[in-house]
Design a protein around this ligand. Structure first.
Ligand code: ZN
Length: 417
């Protein structure tokens, strides 16, 4: 936590803003890269940062790009090359390294006109701040080793329609990667304007999963579960991490997938059934997002580094790093978690499969109206338990615990009859 550096985050956001524009439509040929202007120059700089961190840890990061052609399409008048840049900190344990957790921000930017490929679009808050969080997590966590794998991602094409994250999620799915959690940081600059709170960050999570099947929806209509998507378990996990690490920044859980009229890269993962949440500052200043640089009637418009609170971005990075480290140190979530519903009974029996690395399991429960888990019972190294509680009155989950005390994301049971 102490290693997260305000000055490095500030330098990275100012560097990203210095490319003038990072529009996905901006020039990215060799001449543009050499001139230090446009998204191609930003891409090469991000890659060189990841490579520098890797050099400092003896080559511990695999630095990669995911490049593809896209368009023409809505918001893309002619075909463009889109490149996601990422670094992998491979897990140290045979079984666990197959499991990955991921942090992402989008490095593309825009101004008032989403089709403007050349006008100034510094994008300091949206989303150099999130890109800086992903970079700083890579720099700090690459000094440590974890059983599971951590992926530090920066994507392009967000402003043209979540193009980079969508391609990355599908590429990961096709390659069979087991990504269990995605932290998307977008607009985490803590804009310094009236009404802002520097002590909280919003964590958005979807309720009914985008990837829910008809059978899932049918079950939710009858028995509930609309407040227990994998993404929402991840949001609750982050709230618990903030308390465990006594981080100054308090996550405010928002039970919706995003803000009104807006979307973000978490959706690209949610659509494939991957747990993903969005971090965003408490109060956004729309004069400082998606705006051409100008002053009108005394109001300064534009997404400039001068409006960003770098101490706040560092706190967001600490929360992300703590969540990634906890998740990458924890055993796998227990598989095949079931709640037996064969007959009418006032007590409740849960069963689950074994999780590699687990030394015990914990059963959690809460009232159906409660936002977070309220009760926990240590179940030991068993895979079946009966509790004197009616399944009709509470919501249950099971999580795995390892000898070091790290806990998996809780898994809500499926009914079994
Ligand atoms: Zn954004």
């Amino acid at each position: 936590m102490q290693d997260v550096s305000v000055s490095k985050i500030q330098a990275n956001i100012e560097k990203l803003a210095s490319f003038q524009t990072r529009s996905t439509l901006s020039p990215q040929d060799a001449a543009a890269v050499a001139s230090g202007r446009g998204i191609g120059a930003a891409r090469e700089w991000i890659k060189s940062e990841f490579e520098r961190y890797s050099h400092d840890c003896g080559g511990c990061l695999e630095v990669k790009t995911d490049t593809f052609q896209y368009g023409p399409a809505d918001r893309i008048p002619r075909p463009v090359q889109v490149t996601n840049v990422y670094a992998i900190l491979r897990g140290t344990s045979g079984d666990d390294q197959q499991r990955a957790v991921l942090v992402t921000g989008h490095y593309d930017s825009r101004n008032s006109d989403v089709l403007d490929a050349t006008g100034a679009a510094p994008g300091a808050n949206d989303d150099a701040s999130g890109t800086a969080v992903s970079l700083e997590c890579a720099r700090v966590l690459s000094k440590l080793r974890f059983p599971a794998t951590i992926i530090f991602l920066t994507v392009a094409g967000e402003e043209q329609g979540l193009i980079g994250s969508s391609h990355f999620a599908q590429m990961a799915r096709a390659a069979g990667w087991n990504i269990i959690a995605v932290l998307n940081d977008d607009i985490v600059g803590g804009d310094r304007s009236p009404g802002q709170s520097g002590s909280v960050v919003r964590v958005f999570s979807e309720g009914i999963p985008s990837a829910a099947t008809d059978a899932d929806l049918h079950r939710m209509r009858n028995l509930g579960g609309e407040n227990d998507s994998p993404s929402r378990q991840l949001a609750r996990y982050i709230a618990q991490v903030a308390r465990s690490y006594a981080i100054d920044l308090k996550p405010v859980l928002v039970f919706r997938s995003d803000r009104y009229l807006r979307g973000g890269d978490q959706s690209s993962f949610n659509e494939l059934g991957i747990a993903a949440v969005r971090f965003t500052e408490f109060r956004e200043n729309y004069d400082h997002q998606h705006q051409n640089l100008r002053t009108e009637n005394g109001i300064e418009y534009g997404d400039l580094p001068g409006f960003v609170n770098f101490d706040y971005v560092a706190d967001v990075a600490r929360l992300n790093a703590a969540a990634l480290a906890s998740l990458a140190s924890a055993p796998a979530p227990p598989p095949d978690v079931h709640l037996l519903t064969k007959e009418l009974q006032n007590d409740s029996t849960l069963t689950w499969g074994t999780s590699s690395g687990a030394s015990a399991y914990e059963v959690l429960w809460r009232d159906t109206t409660s936002p977070e888990w309220e009760h926990v019972k240590l179940a030991g190294k068993i895979t079946r338990i009966t509790l004197p509680l009616s399944k009709d009155n509470v919501i249950f989950a099971v999580r795995a615990v390892n000898p070091a005390g790290f806990r998996s994301i809780p898994v809500v049971p499926q009914p079994e009859h």
